[in-house]
Unconditional design. Structure first.
Length: 358
């Protein structure tokens, strides 16, 4: 009898495009179902990265979205509350190789329906405007006023010297939209640059790789090189990721960090999406500490009460003596990263608010 030995050798993804194709199938078919709004979010984010990085996507890889593309008009008509997700996916699919011109028609329909006017947030209006402009339609009546409000928010650096993740993410997206995802100069002035550096300092001290990657991408779009300390740390975090084939694992995972870190790597001299991706359902995990030193630093500053000062040179030794060795090392790295730590600390200490309500 002849013995036949079968080796289960995984398909070798020898190019970035091959790895991205497997990821596209994973997000489209294996993690969530299409009636889940988080399916829209995950797929829109991944397709956006492919489009704005100029990914070389073969038509065969896009077939996983054929049915979605065919049903776009029905989805937009029944789920107009998700129009930005749907429009973003439509435009990105077409721009990376999906045959069709539905994007232009859906942009016109969006404008006729006044969906952009129904937005309460300037940031959402800016996103919708950016999407519509990709097919030559400006749905905003006074775009100059909208941009002025966004720049006023982004230029108030004091906002970003205090922990506020929502504001920090909004800051990065303002730069994304103003730069058309790196296609034009967003004219980031010194105040906006300082806002990005302050927000990045907080993200670094919080060990928040997701937010810090977005901030470094925004800096790249603004023509700025991110601080070397941040760049090195982000590369280290990407090496701590695992991509596990797990049909039963929770998809409330670290997928967004994985995407942001690889997007950032795609903008450097190294390629993003450089690791093999398992076939089927993938769960993303990053080994992480329990918490970053930001909590220690905040508790220290708060405990000082009225005796705290916004003068970092006067406070450095006093603050450092109360922190763990890990927090001291992170604080020293943060101080060396930007050249603006003194200004950051003045806002972070919140001296002017002591005694409010007394």
């Amino acid at each position: 009898m002849e013995n036949v030995v079968r080796l289960n050798v995984p398909f070798r993804q020898t190019s970035t495009a091959a790895r991205q194709a497997v990821l596209m199938q994973n997000f489209a078919e294996h993690r969530r179902t299409e009636d889940d709004v988080f399916w829209l979010k995950e797929n829109a984010e991944f397709l956006n990265i492919l489009e704005c990085t100029g990914a070389a996507t073969e038509r065969a890889a896009l077939t996983v979205h054929d049915r979605f593309y065919d049903e776009l008009e029905m989805r937009m008509g029944f789920f107009p509350q998700y129009y930005r997700f749907l429009l973003s996916m439509c435009l990105d699919l077409e721009d990376i190789g999906m045959p069709g011109d539905k994007g232009a028609k859906l942009v016109e329909w969006t404008t006729r329906q006044g969906l952009v006017e129904a937005e309460l947030s300037d940031l959402q209006r800016a996103e919708a405007r950016r999407l519509c402009l990709r097919r030559g339609v400006d749905p905003v009546v006074d775009p100059e006023a909208l941009e002025a409000r966004l720049r006023r928010f982004a230029g108030r650096s004091e906002t970003f010297a205090m922990p506020n993740k929502k504001a920090a993410y909004e800051l990065t997206h303002i730069v994304f939209y103003l730069s058309e995802y790196g296609r034009k100069d967003p004219y980031v002035d010194d105040n906006m640059r300082e806002s990005l550096l302050f927000a990045g300092t907080l993200a670094f001290l919080d060990f928040n790789a997701d937010l810090l990657a977005e901030i470094c991408i925004a800096l790249r779009f603004a023509g700025e090189a991110p601080p070397e300390v941040w760049d090195i740390w982000l590369r280290q975090q990407l090496s701590l990721f695992s991509q596990d084939a797990d049909e039963a694992g929770s998809v409330a995972d670290d997928y967004h960090e994985f995407l942001m870190l690889n997007w950032y790597m795609s903008m450097t001299e190294e390629d993003g999406f450089a690791t093999q991706v398992p076939e089927g359902r993938v769960v993303f995990h990053r080994v992480r500490p329990q918490s970053g030193p930001l909590r220690e630093l905040s508790e220290c500053i708060y405990a000082l009460g009225a005796s705290r000062s916004g003068d970092w040179q006067a406070m450095r030794a006093r603050v450092s003596d109360t922190l763990s060795h890990e927090a001291q090392a992170a604080l020293a790295a943060a101080e060396a990263a930007t050249g603006r730590f003194d200004r950051f600390f003045h806002g972070f200490a919140r001296v002017g608010l002591t005694g409010v309500g007394a």
